[in-house]
Design a protein around this ligand. Structure first.
Ligand code: NGQ
Ligand code: ZN
Length: 453
């Protein structure tokens, strides 16, 4: 039977007791009933929370994590890291991409992400030539998603230029090259894969890589309900380039030129002035925050407190995958603000005092919106995506449900996710992914090949 009885389950309105959760064969929740009696023969769990959404990923970068931490000759920066990342991505084959992505997705599931948005920009072969199937690389991501059992939002990337004002691509960006028609062709090719576990949107890479005329054309051609993501204002260098080119800051410039609404996810959006904070918060768009990558690359800190005070929506992504854990993203998000302001409990208001609860629930809501899939909440009609936490772990043993997320987000580094249901399938049980051995074998092989390059 497709059912689970939770002694404590986190619903949109907060923790509820004795919750009967049922789902259908297509992986959609059909009933979420608090105060239920435990039916005979239905599996039981102590603490159940909705699976998290990872709203920003470049899967291939998983294999680079931890390998860019040695100082170069000059001062190291985001831009010197990017050169290393380009070099790393230059020769990845479709098979290797699929293997790396499957490894990443299975790790994400084991740590509590049940959905992921893949901001996918390696479309072409190492010489910059289109594969025989133009969606070859995107299809590999979809195949990895299927093998791992994670819900995917595939975002083929519009990548035409190397800088503001339509500067030509650099040779090392040849694999990324797409114009609006290329992106639409890939979106079209992926259409048959759409379903409960996969949605397709699109992503102008950044204001550096796509002109606002192109962004408007892409928006107009894409079905209106599909999500759109863009990297923006991640580095002071981009803010300066935007000011030089347009006389406006990146977010200011984007809002002037493009209709930004709830369909959009603005990834990073780190460097905002107060007017931009207000504009983004009022737009209904999601800020795609990637705290571990932003820390790793030295991007800066998002003005979270001001943004929350104005009701801004946000979610988390693992971007370059130096972490595969939503706990680490949420912890870093809050800790960055505490260090900056020398205060505690930033993601809270007098009406909402539970920091960890606010972080988990807000990231779910924003993540679901950015994913464009019915996820992020235990409620009938949504995808059956949930985490059974390890109630026997010393951190959770005997705690009140209202302390569970505090323990999860702010205490220790053991993975407290025990079982994971994604799209109605038990993909992780007892901390192990259902295909872990095969996936790890494929990953090791891909890494050995890449090392030999
Ligand atoms: C990213 N950087 O992938 O999200 C970008 C790299 C580029 C940050 N994490 C963007 N800040 O390739 O220019
Ligand atoms: Zn990114």
């Amino acid at each position: 039977m497709n059912a689970l009885f939770a002694r404590h389950a986190l619903l949109a309105e907060g923790w509820q007791g004795d919750v009967l959760v049922e789902w259908d064969a297509r992986g959609n929740l059909t009933r979420v009933q608090p105060g239920a009696r435990p039916p005979i023969g239905v599996a039981r769990a102590e603490y159940v929370v909705p699976g998290m959404v990872n709203l920003h990923s470049h899967a291939f970068q998983r294999a680079l994590g931890g390998l860019t931490e040695k100082a170069g000759d000059g001062p190291d920066s985001f831009w010197t890291w990017r050169d290393l990342m380009y070099r790393f991505g230059a020769n990845i084959t479709p098979e290797q991409l699929e293997a790396i992505a499957a490894q990443l997705f299975s790790e994400c599931l084991r740590h509590g992400y049940t959905s992921l948005c893949e901001f996918h920009y390696i479309q072409r072969d190492p010489d910059g030539v289109s594969y025989a199937r133009p969606a070859e690389m995107a299809e590999r991501i979809a195949a990895a998603g299927q093998q791992a059992g994670i819900g995917l939002t595939l975002l083929p990337v519009l990548y035409s230029h190397s800088g503001f004002g339509d500067q030509p691509l650099k040779p090392e960006q040849a694999r990324f090259r797409t114009d609006v028609d290329d992106v639409l062709r890939i979106v079209e090719a992926l259409a048959p894969l759409r379903g409960g576990q996969l949605e397709v949107g699109a992503a102008p890479h950044s204001l550096r890589a796509a002109g606002t005329d192109q962004i408007r054309a892409l928006m107009a051609a894409l079905p209106p309900e599909r999500p759109l993501h863009i990297h923006i204002a991640e580095q002071q260098g981009e803010v300066r380039q935007s000011l030089d080119f347009s006389g406006r800051r990146p977010v200011e410039y984007l809002f002037d030129e493009v209709r930004i609404d709830a369909r959009w996810c603005l990834v990073h959006a780190t460097h905002l002035n107060p007017a931009e904070v207000a504009q983004l918060a009022a737009s209904g768009a999601v800020a795609g925050l990637c705290p571990t990558t932003e820390a790793n690359l030295g991007d800066g800190l998002f003005p979270l407190g001001d943004y929350l005070a104005q009701g801004g929506r946000w979610g988390i992504g693992s971007d370059s995958h130096v972490s595969q854990s939503p706990v680490e993203e949420l912890r870093w998000l809050e800790y960055g603000q505490r260090l900056l302001h020398q205060r505690r409990n930033i993601a809270a208001t007098p009406a909402r005092r539970d920091v960890a609860l606010n972080l988990w629930q807000d990231a779910l809501r924003g993540g679901a919106q950015a994913a464009g899939r019915p996820v992020g909440e235990l409620a009938a009609g949504r995808r059956a995506d949930l985490l059974v936490l390890d109630a026997a772990h010393p951190n959770l043993d005997g705690v009140q449900d209202t302390d569970v997320l505090g323990r999860l987000v702010f205490c220790g580094n053991d993975n407290l996710v025990r079982d994971v249901l994604a799209g109605g399938r038990w993909v992780v049980q007892g901390g192990r992914h259902m295909a872990q051995e095969a996936v790890e074998r494929g990953y090791r092989q891909a890494i050995q090949q890449l090392r030999a390059n």
